[in-house]
Design a protein around this ligand. Sequence first.
Ligand code: FES
Ligand SMILES: [Fe+2]
Length: 400
Amino acid sequence: MTAHPASPDKTQAAGPARWARAMSDPAAFAAEQEQLGHVWTFLGLASEIPAVNDWFTTVLGGRSIFVQRFESGLRAYENRCAHRFYPLRIGRTGHGPVVCGFHHWRYNAEGRALGIPKCIEMYGRTPRDIDARLREVELAQCGDLVFGRFPGRQHCALAEWLGPGHAILARLGEGLGKPDRFACEVAANWKLMMGISLDDYHVVAVHPGSFGKAGYIPPETIHYTRFNAHSAYLPGSPPGTLQAIAEACRAGNYVPERYRIFQFFPGLIVALIKALDYAGDTYWFVLIQHLEPLAPGRTRTTTRFAPLPFGRPAGPVRKAFRAFTMPWMRLGVRIQSTRIHAEDHRACEQLQLRASQADAMPILSRQETRVGWFEESYARILDGHFEPDGVIESVSGLDG
Ligand code: FES
Ligand SMILES: [Fe+2]
């Protein structure tokens, strides 16, 4: 497998290459997002909207959408009124029935405008006759994680799209409780941010005080697995590890023993990190990073993180000790993660400054293999191939 992205386009002297075009051209970005809005995309956590009429907003396919809990369950709609396109939801999260703030049209759980003030007087018709509807987003859950897509182009179930990642995400998303979170906007394209998380070659230059302190990652540590449009870095592990993790997650007995990171196309990054071995316990955390593309050169990133269950049972004394220690572990993870993210964001913002000059294919190293895989999946989906290819392949440093 080549580490170079296979794009059907040749290098364009006049502008960015195809893989980079949507990073600087607003029309290309809009077309890219329109297409990507039809693939299963992470939207948020169901546990963050526990009560009927709780909602959150996010973006899908370049459009603002909202996800809301109704009596009948979760539904999601494009966040604009059918009347005059006023935003139905303003802000990131909130609570209340779907009533537009401009003229008070009221929508039911099916997205139909059934409460229209002075309807007969204003329109000479009933709301049923007008039959105004919101554009619906199709939803599916993987444990607590909510995914959505605009219907019509991709037909596979979410479990098929995620492949072995489905069992892993379902298990890791269990029992997050109230995860800690940090979020910010970055002046860089979402693909640059995804790309840096798929790149293990930059650690020395960009993270000299942490990941890169010990130098470059030794080749024998490398193990990448690709599954459908997604991939994972499973350092120091034999082929088949992804499937073994999925199996253990399905059986409910997965305990991490090394750093792991999984990237789900298009914009979800899930990492397992060890905070500390302390007093006979290992403190493991799961980090869930969500990239929301806002503009060619602007991305919102939200990271939620929470401790994973301990691998060994505890009596009352140990439980009390863990409860005392945990806030410090959380603080440590927050400080370390925000620092590493900030270093990555600075690098992505520099890359963004030259995005319009990316007029050739990148020269990818072995430790950027997954950037190449990602670009292949990206090109495939932009070409209209929405269904998962079912490919599972692994590369390790020892393969030469
Ligand atoms: S724009 Fe929503 S009710 Fe008029
Ligand atoms: Fe990094």
